[in-house]
Design a protein around this ligand. Structure first.
Ligand SMILES: *[C@@H]1O[C@H](CO)[C@@H](O)[C@H](O)[C@H]1NC(C)=O
Ligand SMILES: *[C@@H]1O[C@H](CO)[C@@H](O)[C@H](O)[C@H]1NC(C)=O
Ligand SMILES: *[C@@H]1O[C@H](CO)[C@@H](O)[C@H](O)[C@H]1NC(C)=O
Length: 294
């Protein structure tokens, strides 16, 4: 009797949880939840829509985008990058709105020669302005296995996670005049293309087509985000409520443990920080550079 009671409670609790998630799609699949915007012939989907490959060959790259637009939440995917000689290739994974004052949150993976390190390149555009690059070497070989690349995006902050380690935070400093991406819905994109004029050692190493095709693999796409159906969704996605988990205080700042993890990643693996590039900005540093990181 007691155990039956427990089962009923568990079932009721999970129904409640499902109701709380409402329209927020969780586990997404590559058949139903994304469109291929170019190079469709270079995409492969298998495993019931749970696995995807994007290929670059001498004819075309390939790009996909989520069907839905979102405002806040968590966008998660596991990627296994191009193996071997990936010099001159870029695999991108990013969120973007449309229009000329667009917002964009980027992960880009810059390929390299066999045995040389990839670069994890990040950037954020708010109201059409980017120029906020930060770059890292991964602390693992990202072509060896799948790794978890997640973006948390909420009214307080944007966080880039690699295998659960926050590598970068962009806080909401609107009150200090720094635009924050909180008004425009975004879609998640991923693509692979040739960018050998800049990607590898600043363009010194060109793509070697003898190493083609270049293939990146994806799995476990999780869109735990607030779907946006037009301006009326704006308030719904921003409202602080239990259903909008991304608005809960625990997601508004990094925990002490996460701060420590981020410091570890930045102290050991960061190779470029726009906030330290005084020459580039001729001394007029972007305002967020002098505000607390977290
Ligand atoms: C592209 O690659 C294919 C397969 O390796 C090859 O047969 C073809 O000649 C190449 N085309 C060009 C334009 O290089
Ligand atoms: C991937 O990383 C995110 C951010 O840390 C985390 O919330 C999520 O649970 C991770 N996914 C898996 C499958 O571990
Ligand atoms: C490629 O390897 C070279 C040599 O180790 C390194 O300087 C560079 O940062 C690496 N990554 C890219 C994307 O150029």
């Amino acid at each position: 009797m007691a155990s039956l009671h427990a089962v009923v409670v568990v079932v009721a609790a999970s129904l409640l949880l499902m109701a709380a998630f409402d329209g927020a799609l969780v586990h997404a699949d590559f058949y139903n939840d994304v469109d291929f915007v170019w190079g469709y012939q270079n995409a492969g989907i298998w495993n019931d829509g749970n696995s995807l490959s994007l290929m670059l060959d001498n004819v075309s790259g390939c790009g996909m985008v989520t069907k839905n637009q979102y405002l806040f939440g968590s966008i998660e995917v596991q990627i296994k990058l191009v193996k071997g000689n990936s010099a001159g290739t870029v695999t991108a994974y990013y969120l973007s709105s449309t229009g000329d004052k667009h917002d964009e949150i980027d992960f880009e993976f810059l390929g390299n020669e066999t045995g040389q390190p990839y670069i994890i390149h990040t950037n954020i555009f708010t109201q059409g302005v980017g120029n906020r690059e930060e770059q890292f070497y991964p602390w693992f070989d990202p072509s060896d296995d799948f790794h978890n690349y997640t973006i948390h995006w909420n009214p307080s902050q944007v966080v880039w996670f690699v295998d659960g380690i926050p590598i970068r935070v962009f806080r909401n400093y609107e009150s200090s005049g720094v635009p924050f991406p909180n008004r425009q819905a975004m879609r998640a994109y991923s693509s692979i293309w040739e960018a050998d004029e800049w990607a590898t050692r600043g363009g010194l190493v060109k793509i070697d087509w003898n190493s083609a095709p270049f293939v990146a693999y994806y799995q476990y796409l999780q869109l735990r985000a607030c779907p946006w159906y037009g301006p009326s969704s704006s308030g719904e996605c921003s409202a602080a409520s239990p259903a909008n988990w991304w608005t809960s205080p625990e997601y508004s700042t990094l925990t002490y443990q996460e701060q420590g993890q981020m410091k570890w990643a930045r102290d050991n693996f960061m190779i470029y920080d726009y906030c330290k590039d005084t020459e580039r900005f001729d001394g007029a540093m972007p305002p967020e550079c002098s505000l607390p990181k977290y």
